[in-house]
Design a binder for this molecule. Structure first.
Ligand code: HEM
Length: 496
């Protein structure tokens, strides 16, 4: 029975894929008038997918150098991405959602409905990140720092009398996940290895799943998602871990109303207070989505910062001097962080020098658009800035290919907190946190976590390069800039 059934099943899936691909390719907006760099057709980019992953940075840089005053397009397996120029930044930052949509672009690439089980319009958590999380950062700071110190102790596990080699990606992911989850779900779940493991590994699964889902037209997605995603598996694993915490809190809310002694002050509770999620499933999925947005981004930047520190140990003392002076005056507080200009600049330079993506931020044209320089962008087109190339443009930065950790300090001179050249400030020259209304709402939290981690590391540890100096610090995987999983640093506890 099975052996009879199998060829039909395989044949069915294969036919579905062929139909899906045909529909997908026919649906694409017509972009023949826009010059191409790299693979000249989506199909070619698909067949040479490995080459695309490896060479994307070369293609984008080539387009950036060649089309100085116009747009160009690069293939991205299933979509063309039209790369804009720096002088389009203002337009994109101000464009309303019904002209250029960040949400639709994210949906197009991530298929959030099917990979996370949440509607793209159901995004109340974005305003919680933007307002409630940012507003609570000072109050929550003590717990956040405690978690960072405890996580560094556990995962670095360094001794003062011997250098220890650590795998940068693995360790920074654990530390950033713990720190973030202390604020997302609180103790003790933020230390639960299963919860951390689930959230650390989900992005990899989502990338694999969306690679396939993106070939299907929307009417086929509900069926395709059943075969090609593991949404139900990760949801049930998440509910098993988070469900008991949610249930306990709901019991408190029922018995004691909106306030009770020891009421948790964390992201999970803020979500519960809004009463917008009506099931364990949807709230769990939302917490998984928040982790997805927050963990790999923050740990990616932290891992690059650690490698930059290891490659330039002489800068550690400069940072240490600043942290010691500031902390002796202001203690470990958010106010102290705002005075750590060198720490801030070091991290901002890390965002510029490596960052998280070659392209970004992404938008989808919701109607036909004529750009100021006359380029016609048909409805449905995906647009992005060649962020990495802009960050390494000599017209924007002196010595753009040199890591100069304190290049932003002079620019910050005389500024008050929150203005000008600090890492959270959005600017046309640094697109790592995006642009305009949709710019990353979590950047104030991310900056708080990153500055605390770096300040703690320079005070408590010596860091130097590992034995693998020839290993590149970062790799390009498609559009993403990721820290090399093989990268290692040597670490030793400092004796004060
Ligand atoms: C270094 C760390 C981070 C980087 C580099 C980063 C980067 C970004 C970028 C580039 C965007 C898209 C912006 C745009 O389209 O203009 C974004 C959006 C977003 N980020 Fe972050 N992010 C980081 C950390 C976080 C954290 C910690 C959180 C949550 C606590 C978070 C939550 C979000 C959310 C919810 C959005 C969607 C905003 C919207 O749709 O309006 N991010 N982030």
């Amino acid at each position: 029975m099975d052996s009879l059934f199998t060829p039909y099943l395989v044949g069915g899936i294969f036919s579905a894929l062929v139909v899906a691909c045909s529909f997908s390719f026919l649906r694409r907006p017509s972009l023949g008038h826009i010059p191409v760099v790299g693979y000249s057709s989506l199909l070619a980019s698909y067949w040479f997918g490995k080459g695309l992953e490896v060479d994307h940075d070369r293609f984008v840089q080539e387009g950036y150098d060649k089309y100085k005053s116009g747009v160009f397009k690069v293939a991205n397996l299933t979509h063309w991405i039209v790369c804009l120029r720096r002088n389009h930044v203002e337009f994109v930052a101000r464009a309303p959602e019904d002209l250029l949509s960040a949400g639709q672009a994210a949906e197009n690439l991530l298929k959030i409905d099917y990979t996370f089980g949440l509607k793209i319009s159901d995004d109340y958590h974005v305003s919680l990140v933007q307002s409630t999380l940012t507003r609570n950062l000072s109050v929550l700071y003590g717990g956040l720092r405690d978690e960072i110190v405890a996580a560094c102790n556990e995962y670095f596990n360094a001794k003062h009398d011997e250098w220890k080699s650590i795998s940068v990606v693995r360790v920074t992911l654990q530390i950033a996940s713990r720190a973030s989850n202390r604020i997302f779900v609180g103790l003790p779940l933020c230390r639960d290895p299963d919860w951390l493991d689930l959230n650390i590994n989900i992005p990899h699964a989502i990338v694999e799943e969306t690679r396939i889902l993106r070939f299907f037209p929307s009417f086929m997605l509900p069926i395709a998602a059943k075969f090609f995603t593991n949404l139900s598996g990760r949801t049930s694993r998440g509910v098993a871990l988070l469900g008991p915490v949610i249930k306990e809190r709901l019991q408190h809310m029922e018995a004691e109303g909106t306030n009770w002694s020891d009421k948790p002050n964390d992201f999970l509770q803020w979500c519960l207070d809004t009463k917008q999620d009506t099931s364990l499933t949807s709230l769990t999925r939302r917490m998984i989505l928040i982790n997805f947005g927050g963990i790999h981004t923050t740990s990616g930047v932290f891992s690059q910062a650690l490698l930059n520190l290891a490659a330039n140990p002489r800068h550690a003392q400069t940072l240490r001097d600043e942290v010691e002076i500031v902390v002796s005056k202001h203690g470990w507080t958010r106010e102290a962080l705002s005075k750590m200009r060198k720490v801030d600049s070091f991290l901002k330079e890390t965002l510029r020098f490596g960052g998280i993506s070659l392209l970004g931020p992404l938008r989808q044209a919701m109607s036909d658009i004529s750009l100021s320089d006359g380029a016609f962008i048909p409805r449905g087109t995906l647009l992005a800035f060649p962020a990495y190339a802009i960050h390494h443009d000599g017209a924007m930065y002196e010595n753009p290919d040199v890591f100069e950790p304190f290049r932003f300090v002079d620019m910050q001179h005389g500024e008050s907190e929150g203005s000008g050249h600090q890492m959270v400030t959005l600017s046309p020259g640094l697109l790592t946190f995006g642009l305009g209304k949709h710019a990353c709402p979590g950047r104030f939290f991310a900056a708080t976590v990153l500055k605390t981690m770096l300040a703690h590391v320079v005070l408590s540890y010596d860091v130097r390069r590992g034995s693998d100096e020839s290993v590149p610090s970062t790799l390009r995987v498609g559009d993403a800039v990721v820290t090399n999983p093989l990268a290692k640093v040597m670490i030793r506890e400092r004796v004060n």
